[in-house]
Write a protein that binds this ligand. Structure first.
Ligand SMILES: *Cc1c(COP(=O)(O)O)cnc(C)c1O
Length: 409
């Protein structure tokens, strides 16, 4: 639909208030009422994101020779990630625009590796558990690769079924740490064994876990090996703009070796504009996303991340205990930032809608119908209010809620 561009420009103060007026209908994420889409590590981190982004918002990561600053910041951020995720000597990576970009580039690298290095001809496939993110389907749709999704076992990837599904044309197998729909870490150790035994490319999708799991482990969490520590892992995606608490538009993709990463790079010379080399899907790469990531990571440091993630753990444990007291079951054994819970005699999607009436905007999982929370540090402050509202909503939608309502209201 056409919308007329103003004939004469409008002043900034007026535009600013108009935008804030547009935002009136948005979710109240700063109040901690949103547990999807936004990762809220508090006002200080938001300020660092903003100022660091603004400092480099016109600069372009496409030109490392023009902007050695961005190249240096990217290398340092990639180095931080490799340090946290057991990158071996020679491992490397890049900053991308997001998890979808990271995953697409890993699939592209694995595909080119299969074609060029292993000589696989004809149709290709990738094997992934039903819970893996649709970004893999998008990448495979772009590259005409068949997606073979395998059934889950206790909400986790089933390595035996994946082994039976993979064949000589399989360019990649995938495990998630954790998967998004359940927030649970797949048995990456067993998938690594399978990858080593069959010489398969294992990608670990740690988009939502890569920058929280290492710190939860430092805080005493019993997290099984899931990263380059396992020999079968060839590539890994981890989003800076999720639990890295960086500004949006920033993820990382890592490879076990520079040789594997070389299959990601696109190098084109037959063009009157000259040679064009791009490591990731993007051409122009926003400098602000890189500088904000660099600044937030340095601002928080190990201690800062440990403290922020301790609040996420606290919120998750308190909510888990609270909803269990209300008769819900928590799916699996969540260890990171995502918590999913259900109750067989309650319509959880109706419950979700009821909670929206009180301003809560969270996610849902559909198999089984459940409430899905992706928690931030700020949620530690609102768990009591949330649990009271769950008890209220339960009373509204039915089930045996009336008995427990008194407990939280
Ligand atoms: C968020 C997410 C992605 C996709 O990342 P985007 O940044 O949204 O493109 C992929 N995998 C998992 C497990 C995720 O949580």
């Amino acid at each position: 639909m056409r919308h007329p561009l103003p004939e004469t420009g409008v002043g900034w103060p007026q535009l600013r208030s108009q935008m804030l007026e547009y935002a009136q209908g948005d979710v109240r994420w700063r109040d901690g009422k949103t547990a999807v889409y936004v990762f809220n590590a508090g006002a200080q981190v938001e300020q660092v994101q903003k100022e660091a982004y603004a400092l480099f918002q016109s600069e372009n990561g496409l030109g490392p020779a023009a902007f050695p600053s961005l190249k240096r910041m990217e290398e340092e951020v990639v180095g931080f990630g490799l340090g946290l995720l057991h990158g071996p000597e020679g491992a490397n990576g890049a900053i991308t625009s997001g998890g979808t970009d990271s995953i697409t580039m890993a699939v592209k690298a694995a595909r080119d590796f299969a074609r060029k290095q292993k000589g696989v001809a004809g149709p290709l496939n990738i094997v992934l558990p039903r819970s893996a993110h649709p970004a893999f389907d998008k990448a495979c749709a772009l590259m005409e690769i068949e997606v073979r999704r395998t059934p889950l076992r206790d909400y986790l990837a089933d390595p035996a079924v994946m082994a039976a599904t993979a064949d000589a044309a399989t360019v990649m197998i995938v495990g998630s740490a954790p998967n998004f729909p359940y927030g649970l870490i797949d048995p990456i150790g067993a998938l690594s064994d399978l990858a080593v035994e069959r010489d398969l490319w294992l990608h670990v999708d740690a988009c939502v876990g890569g920058y929280i799991a290492p710190f939860v482990r430092m805080n005493g969490g019993d997290i099984a090996p899931f990263d380059f520590e396992l020999p079968g892992v060839r590539s890994l995606s981890a989003d800076l703009h999720k639990y890295g608490y960086c500004a949006k538009g920033a993820s990382t993709v890592f490879f076990r070796s520079a040789e594997l990463m070389a299959f990601m790079t696109f190098d084109f010379r037959d063009w009157p504009g000259g040679r064009m080399v791009t490591p990731t899907l993007a051409g122009t790469r926003p400098g602000g996303a890189i500088s904000a990531a660099w600044a937030v990571m340095n601002f928080l440091g190990v201690e800062g991340y440990r403290a922020k993630h301790a609040l996420v753990t606290e919120a998750r444990e308190t909510i888990a205990a609270g909803v269990e007291a209300l008769g819900f079951t928590v799916l699996g054994r969540p260890q990171l930032g995502i918590l999913v819970f259900t109750r067989a005699d309650v319509d959880c999607l109706a419950l979700w809608a009821k909670l929206r009436e009180r301003g809560w905007f969270t996610g849902v999982t559909t198999e089984p119908k459940s409430l899905h929370l992706m928690l931030s540090p700020v949620h530690a402050q609102v768990v009591g209010e949330y649990l009271a509202d769950v008890a209220w909503a339960l009373g509204e939608v039915g089930g045996s809620a009336t008995k427990v309502e008194a407990r939280y209201s």
